[in-house]
Design a protein around this ligand. Sequence first.
Ligand code: R5P
Length: 287
Amino acid sequence: MFVIGGNASKSVAEDLSKKLKTPLATMISKRFPDDECYIRLGTDVSGEDVIIVQTTYPNTNIVELLLIQDAVVEAGAENTTVIIPYFGYSRQDKKFEAGEPISARAIAEHISLHADCIITVDPHKGHLLDFFMVPAYSCSAVAEIAQYLKKQDIDFVLAPDKGAIKRAQQASDIIGCKYDYMEKTRIDGTTVKLQPKNLDAENKKVAIIDDIISTGGTMAQSINELKRQGAKKVSVACTHGLFVGEAKEKLLSAGCDEIISTDTIENEFSKVRAAPCIAEILLKKLH
Ligand code: R5P
């Protein structure tokens, strides 16, 4: 058995290789002058079970994943498990307007062509797993994030919208504190509006928890509200830290005291590892 780490997911692949006591296959990866992707496996995976790890964000990493999968099939691997730490395109999980694609399904179906099994972390919605044409499973990094927050003495957890309530509840159970949620309306890709609400946040060290931080708009609004209501410290935590454009500056200027994400997308705030929850599900599958 071998683990192959795509360029988007080196740290998760290395962690999994250690946890599963399974070697990392070598892979050369280059760009042609026109920016097309070139990959070549340096390890013979013929007849082997292979675990490919690659986040499907941004677009070039989707192409790289499809090429790795093809190389693995060409090499004659016995079985391929694809780990997608962050499944990009997951927010277009339905047709919001006539004429739109179901983007998450389009990507999932292509990945399924050369996979026997898929595992992803904290998918934006549970039904995304149904878009894959092979058995697909999810695991959650919320427990790992909560353990980190517990060490920071967080004493209140906030979900910035209804979609994040379960995560906030699970994190608050682990930390041993209260949680609450905000009601959010999305105006467009970068603008959100929060319903005013009294939160029990005065003098509290609060963590706002969500699956994704993209532009930082959702979190920035929640930080403003918490600070207005007297929170002593506000941290933001997510599984998937995209931090698009000026997201970091937006969060800091809103008064954010700490930014935390996992390494499903490797970034400067990847303080929590995603591999433990993936390894758990893989080990169950292997035994
Ligand atoms: C949406 O439902 C997600 O859970 C996040 O709240 C959203 O993707 C965050 O986006 P942004 O950081 O751009 O506000």
